[in-house]
Design a protein around this ligand. Structure first.
Ligand code: ASP
Length: 436
């Protein structure tokens, strides 16, 4: 995998773009009024198209990125389980920690409801600003169309995966993901010799997709300025209050998972002092925070696991390498909160079944999300469409994403280190001779 570094200056530029866009937009809204023809025409002909070009750069990569990441992730896990006990133990912990993260996120966002409270008239303005052509009511109705359980399962197995790929941004992604899962399992099950060229091709496709995400992200300051300017000029400051609440909620729940859930796992599974553990992986957490990239943090994680935490290399290199791609607890938690927040903001209420689907998809997102800055967004965009919220809604959150991305990446890599530590403890008990 290609490690990628996100220069710190870029984060600052996006933040400045957000503040500037919000400030200039709010001033225009207050002095001219949001219905001013000049302002309307500026939004329509300049800021909105620029924002859309930025978003389209992210959307265009959804299908290749998701396919290559999921297939490679599943194939790695598939091979891992063939490696036996270590693989199965890591997989069980991955599911447990990702599941807990998503449940925590969904519970918090349902309890705090940061997206509520926008008056209906403002909500309509918001919808027409972000997705003028989208009929949210129709989307929601379609998303909620009652289907029997049997039909729902049958529809998950695609008759034509290419057709599902074409409909990825109109809610057809789920069967395509199931295809990717089956493809990954099959890839892990065939002879090495035959699997190699396919794997090499998918690794190339994955690297190219990441490059496109990186290119889109380098355009982020302009894109974010344009999107936020339009929001502020249309809604004034009211949108930002909800956004602030959402950001604080994400940070609070990430902190609970990082220091609460991980501490419990360390104490009861690995029998280690959480404080000493967090102290020993300080450098890993800082690197993750600075780069916003699990992939870029992998080398630091590998050396810290060996030198500071004292884990056997045979286990840590295996668990950490797979974890950098396939275990992203922070991202799963973040995706759950973001999707429900945007659904609340756009007035889309989700029943229990749909929330369970969001939960399942967010856990899967832990496998399908690339460990690079902004890797979570393509996945969020498609889940949004799936539940009936226009994908363009992500424009609202992207402006404040840098700090949230830096923070969730810390969880992603800490989660890998925690799993490596727990698995090492289990292995030491069952077969001490296997360890270095
Ligand atoms: N930046 C995250 C990572 O590298 C992925 C994401 O959540 O955007 O782990």
């Amino acid at each position: 995998m290609v490690p990628m570094n996100a220069p710190r200056g870029k984060h600052a530029r996006v933040l400045w773009a957000l503040l500037l866009g919000a400030f200039v937009g709010a001033v225009c809204q207050m002095t001219l009024g949001s219905d001013h023809p000049g302002l309307q025409s500026f939004i329509k002909n300049f800021s909105s198209p620029v924002g859309k070009i930025f978003l389209n750069m992210i959307f265009m990569v959804v299908v290749p990125l998701l396919f290559s990441a999921l297939v490679l992730g599943v194939a790695e896990i598939g091979e891992a389980s063939r490696v036996g006990r270590i693989g199965l133990r890591s997989l069980a912990l991955t599911l447990l920690l990702s599941g807990t993260a998503v449940v925590l996120g969904l519970a918090a966002v349902n309890f705090v409801r940061p997206g509520d409270g926008l008056p209906e008239a403002e909500r309509q303005k918001l919808i027409s600003h972000y997705a003028p052509s989208a009929d949210v009511t129709k989307n929601v109705d379609q998303a909620k169309q009652a289907k029997s359980a049997a039909d729902t399962i049958v529809d998950l197995i695609p008759r034509n995966p290419l057709d599902s790929a074409v409909k990825a941004l109109e809610g057809g992604i789920l069967p395509f993901m199931v295809f990717a899962l089956i493809f990954g399992i099959a890839l892990a099950g065939i002879e090495q010799e035959k699997a190699m060229p396919v794997r090499a091709f998918l690794e190339g496709l994955f690297a190219i997709s990441l490059k496109i995400v990186e290119m889109a992200m380098s355009f982020a300051p302009i894109g974010v300025f344009a999107l936020i300017f339009g929001t502020a000029a249309t809604l004034g400051v009211s949108a930002f209050l909800a956004l602030g609440k959402y950001a604080l909620l994400v940070l609070a729940v990430l902190a609970i998972h990082q220091f609460g859930v991980y501490s419990l796992a360390l104490k009861f599974i690995a029998r280690r002092s959480p404080i000493a553990f967090f102290r020993s992986i300080r450098e890993v957490m800082l690197t993750a925070f600075a780069t916003s990239s699990s992939n870029a943090t992998l080398p630091t994680a590998l050396t810290t696991a060996r030198d500071q935490v004292g884990l056997p290399t045979s286990i840590s290199s295996f668990v950490l390498t797979i974890g950098a791609t396939a275990n992203q607890n922070g991202t799963a938690l973040f995706e759950g909160i973001t999707i429900l927040f945007l659904a609340q903001f756009f007035g889309v209420s989700l029943d229990l079944g749909q929330q369970a689907m969001v939960m399942g998809l967010a856990i899967l997102a832990g496998v399908g999300t690339a460990g690079v800055p902004g890797g979570a967004w393509p996945m969020i965009a498609i889940i949004l469409v799936k539940i009936g919220v226009p994908a363009e809604a992500i424009g609202l959150c992207l402006g404040i994403d840098r700090i949230l991305d830096m923070s969730r990446t810390v969880l992603n890599v800490t989660g890998d280190m925690v799993i490596a530590t727990c698995v090492s403890t289990w292995e030491a008990k069952s077969e001490p001779a296997l360890l270095d």
